[in-house]
Design a protein around this ligand. Sequence first.
Ligand SMILES: *Cc1c(COP(=O)(O)O)cnc(C)c1O
Length: 480
Amino acid sequence: MINKIKSLEKLARQLDPKASQREIWNAEVLEYSNSFINNINASKAYVKSEENGKAISNLDIEEEAINLAPLLESTKKNIDGVGINPASGGHMGYIPGGGLYPSALGDFIAAVSNRYAGVYYAAPGAVRLENMLIRWMCRLMDYPQDAIGNLTSGGSIANLMALVTAREVHTLKARDFERAVIYLTEQAHHSILKAIRIAGLSEAQLRYIPLDNNLKLSPTHLETAIIEDKNNGLIPFYINASFGTTNTGTIDPLEPIAAIAKKHKVWFHVDAAYGGFFKLVEQLHPKLKGIEQADSITLDPHKTLFLPYGTGAILIKNKTHLLKAYHCLADYMQDVVGKEDEISPADISVEQTKHFRGLRVWLPLKLFGLKPFRAALEEKLYLTKYFYNEIKKIEGFEVGPEPELSVAIFRYVPKAGNANEFNRKLIEAIQNDGRIFLSSTNINDVFWIRIAVVQFRTHLEQIDLLLDIIKKIINEERSK
Ligand SMILES: *Cc1c(COP(=O)(O)O)cnc(C)c1O
């Protein structure tokens, strides 16, 4: 048996490479990431290809080990070389992602040391760090100091957590679901609909509140609907408002909605996944008034805090609410719960064992300080306004509402022929060029092209390039 153990050990020890091997791998990976970043300006924001990374399947899992070099080569070609490049300043489609470098360093350390950040007892420092970050976000949103929250993997999970918390706080049981009413608008993010289904609330009534001319939720219609629903014996329980819709960056009127929610005792959730961190820009403070009255807020650091994908946040104003929804005691955890200075993420979230997300949030905020974040967000607001003004000046272009944040919509209206068809072709031409990536949307059956300025590498240079690309395409089209 000892011989067997020793021979197994010899192989098993390969999982723990020596310093010399680690140095070789570190150097190769560092070279990969340096070359990726150093070439980012020359790289396309979108690469369409026939192959579409298919060859990655030649590297399926096998018994034998292979070297890092061919794996990185294939990564470069088949993963990082196709589709949308979220690290590119030319990415202005959907809601672009970020990829701040210090976050990569934070993830590296977190993966190497593998702290168990779900539970205070196991990793008190890691939990303190994550809770400190949550408290900072709470302060930023003018929440009380004893508010609470959780770093999630993204905004969708945050929206789901808010809905489940509200369901539990309102003690809704299956028999009530048919009478439960959720208020939202057509502009709400589709993750809300997903959350409703996952939370078992598919039978609940969805009340789509009419939008005003600026695509904002109309508080008057909201209150009328709540009163009517109450009169009909229904249970109004959840309002989803947006601080920055994904489609057009529109801000719902938070203060009047908050007042209605309070008066009728309905849970008030603000989905600020895209817009929330614009609170770092002083000039936007008036627009954010009322967010502090929300029962819950979704934020998404991997959007407007420019982090790499994998970090969202849910903030809940009343700590007991979150505990009510998520706290469970297992016998084998009896040493752990209720005796600590800090609440454990595992007690207030879906997750037990989880990625230690704190370091990837903390390192960039500390290494850069807040100032460049404020500047970058304000810059994005101005870049969007600049684009909006410039595209309007080009003959034939029509624009949507004045951008409130960093999303704008526009379209070309040809003298003859189908406008929707024309704009579909226009966006295809922009995507074929690939230096800039834009996406589109549909509002009341009108096809609009969207620009979303969120990537931290997007500056005036990229906006001017986009304007040049559009002008060139339109000129070619006109001379046909
Ligand atoms: C992106 C977004 C979400 C979903 O967040 P993910 O991080 O993609 O899961 C929810 N709501 C809004 C308004 C968003 O922009």
